[in-house]
Design a protein around this ligand. Structure first.
Ligand code: CMX
Length: 425
C-alpha cells in the first residue's frame, strides 16, 4: 500500500498548497449569504462546506472527481475508491495493489461475531451494522496513535489506515448480517480469488449463475459511493470526524443518518411502496392505477419514496444507470416493469404540488426491483448495501479533511430572539 500512500501524500500536498493560495488575500471573500428561510429550511444550498471528492450540480447530478456518474457505471468499486482518494482512476498496477490490500485486511476479527449474535434477531440490519462497526473501534489505528501523542501532520495517514481496514472488512461484516438476519445459514468464508463486489456476493451465499448479480452489485456499489459533502450521512460523519473521533465512530454516525427513511432507508421503502401498488392491482399496474395510488399516498400525508431530492432538480443519473441495466438484463421482470410505469406516473402527480421542488426519481427508485430480480428480496437489508458503498465516500472524505487540516466543525446556532432582531434590522 506504500504506493497509494505516497501518491496520496503528493495529492494532499498539492491540495493544501491550493487552499493556502486561495486563502491568501481572499480569506474574507463572500461566497454565499444565509437567509432566514434557509435557517429554518435545513440549511438548503448554503455553501459552507468543503468537499472535493464529488459534487452534485442540481441540473446534472452526481460528478465524481470530474466524471459524471453515468460514465463510471462500468467501473469497479475499487477503481472508484481510488478515484475518490487520489482524483484520478488507477492504472492496472495501482488497482491490483488496492485489491491485494483489501484482501489482506478483509477478515473481521473473531470477537465481533458474538457481539452481532447478541442482538435480537429482529433488530434492523442497519442497527446491527452500526453495532458491528463500533465493536471494531478498539482496532482504530488513529485512536491508538492519538493516545500515543501522534503529531497533527500524521492524522491523515492514521485515518487512511483505518479507511483501508474498515472498507476491507465491511463486506464480510455486511454479508454475515444478511446471513444471520434472514436465517440463511452460517457465515461463508471470504473467497480470495474474487473482487470486492464479487466476494461480497459470494459471502451473501446467493446463486449467481453467469455473474449477473455480481455485475449488479458492482454497479450498485459504484453508484452509491459518494454524493457531495452536504447529505446527512456524509455531513454527520464529517462533523464527528472533525472532533477527531476516529473513522469507526464517524462512519457509524454517518450510517446512522443513512438509516433514516428520508435518506438511505428510502430504497427499502420504495420497494415496499411498489409491492403495495402491485398487490392492490394484482400484478403490473397501469400508469393510471399508479397515478391513483400515488395520489392516495399524498392524501394520506405520506411521501412517495424514491422521488424528490433536496438538491437535484432532474432525474437522478444514478436512477438512469439502474434503468439502463434493467432494460438490458431483465426488461420483462414485473417489478422492474412497474418501476418504469411509476416513472411515467409519479412525476406528473408530484408536479401538481408546487411545494414539491423536484418531482423526479432519485437513486432509490429502481435499485430494489433489480436486487429482487436476482434473489436479494429482503428489502430491510437494502440500506446495508447503500452503507457498504457510501463507506467509500465517507472514508475518502475523512482522509482529505484530516489531510487538509480542516478544524472541528462548529457553526453557530441563533436563538429566535436574535433572528427576530435580525429581521427587523
Ligand atoms: N413525496 C411526497 N412529498 C414530497 C416528496 C415526495 N417524494 N418530496 C418532497 N415532498 C414534500 C416534502 O415532504 C415537503 O413537504 P412539507 O412542506 O409538508 O414538509 C415539500 O414537498 C417540500 O420538500 P422539498 O423541498 O421538495 O424536498 P426536501 O428537500 O425537503 O426533501 C427529500 C427532500 C428527499 C427528503 C424528499 O423529496 C422526500 O421525502 N422524498 C421521498 C424519500 C426519498 O426518496 N428519500 C431519498 C433521497 C435520496 C437519498 O438521500 O438517499
Amino acid at each position: 500500500m506504500g504506493a497509494l500512500k505516497e501518491t496520496l501524500r503528493k495529492v494532499l500536498a498539492e491540495e493544501n498548497e491550493r487552499i493556502k493560495k486561495l486563502l491568501v488575500g481572499h480569506g474574507e471573500k463572500v461566497v454565499d449569504q444565509v437567509t432566514l428561510s434557509q435557517i429554518f429550511g435545513g440549511s438548503r444550498s448554503i455553501k459552507s462546506l468543503f468537499c472535493d471528492t464529488s459534487s452534485v450540480p442540481p441540473e446534472k447530478g452526481l460528478i465524481l472527481r470530474g466524471y459524471p456518474i453515468g460514465e463510471l457505471a462500468g467501473r469497479s468499486p475499487e477503481e472508484v475508491f481510488y478515484l475518490l482518494l487520489v482524483g484520478k482512476l488507477p492504472d492496472a498496477a495501482a488497482l491490483k495493489d488496492l485489491q491485494d490490500e483489501w484482501k489482506a485486511r478483509r477478515e473481521v476479527p473473531a470477537y465481533v461475531w458474538p457481539v452481532i449474535d447478541a442482538t435480537p434477531i429482529d433488530t434492523h440490519p442497519m442497527t446491527v451494522l452500526s453495532i458491528g462497526i463500533l465493536a471494531m473501534q478498539k482496532d482504530s489505528l488513529f485512536f491508538q496513535r492519538y493516545e500515543d501523542e501522534m503529531p497533527k501532520d500524521q492524522y491523515w495517514e492514521a485515518t487512511f489506515e483505518d479507511a483501508l481496514t474498515l472498507t476491507a472488512r465491511l463486506p464480510d461484516l455486511c454479508a454475515y448480517i444478511y446471513r444471520r438476519s434472514f436465517k440463511k445459514g452460517p457465515r461463508i468464508a471470504p473467497d480470495p480469488t474474487k473482487d470486492w463486489a464479487g466476494g461480497f456476493v459470494h459471502q451473501l451465499g446467493l446463486a449467481d449463475p453467469g455473474g449477473a448479480l455480481s455485475e449488479l452489485m458492482r454497479l450498485y456499489l459504484v453508484l452509491h459511493s459518494d454524493h457531495g459533502g452536504g447529505n446527512v450521512s456524509a455531513n454527520a460523519a464529517a462533523t464527528v470526524n472533525s472532533a477527531l473521533s476516529d473513522l469507526y465512530y464517524s462512519l457509524a454516525a454517518g450510517l446512522n443518518g443513512l438509516a433514516g427513511p428520508l435518506h438511505g432507508l428510502a430504497n427499502q421503502e420504495c420497494l415496499t411502496w411498489i409491492q403495495g401498488v402491485m398487490k392492490k392491482f394484482g400484478g403490473v399496474p397501469s400508469v393510471q392505477q399508479i397515478t391513483q395510488f400515488a395520489e392516495e399516498t399524498l392524501a394520506a400525508k405520506r411521501v412517495i419514496p424514491g422521488y424528490g431530492h433536496a438538491v437535484l432538480r432532474v432525474t437522478d443519473p444514478r436512477f438512469t444507470s439502474f434503468v439502463e441495466f434493467g432494460k438490458k438484463r431483465c426488461p420483462e421482470d414485473p417489478v422492474f416493469k412497474t418501476v418504469l410505469n411509476v416513472f411515467e406516473a409519479v412525476p406528473k402527480v408530484l408536479q401538481k404540488h408546487p411545494k414539491i421542488k423536484n418531482p423526479w426519481p432519485n437513486v432509490d427508485a429502481a435499485s430494489g426491483s433489480l436486487l429482487c430480480h436476482y434473489g436479494l428480496t429482503e428489502q430491510n437489508y437494502y440500506t446495508v448495501l447503500f452503507a457498504l458503498s457510501r463507506a467509500l465516500g465517507i472514508c475518502a472524505q475523512a482522509v482529505h479533511a484530516r489531510g487538509c487540516g480542516i478544524p472541528i466543525v462548529r457553526p453557530t446556532a441563533a436563538t429566535l430572539d436574535a433572528l427576530e432582531k435580525a429581521a427587523k434590522s
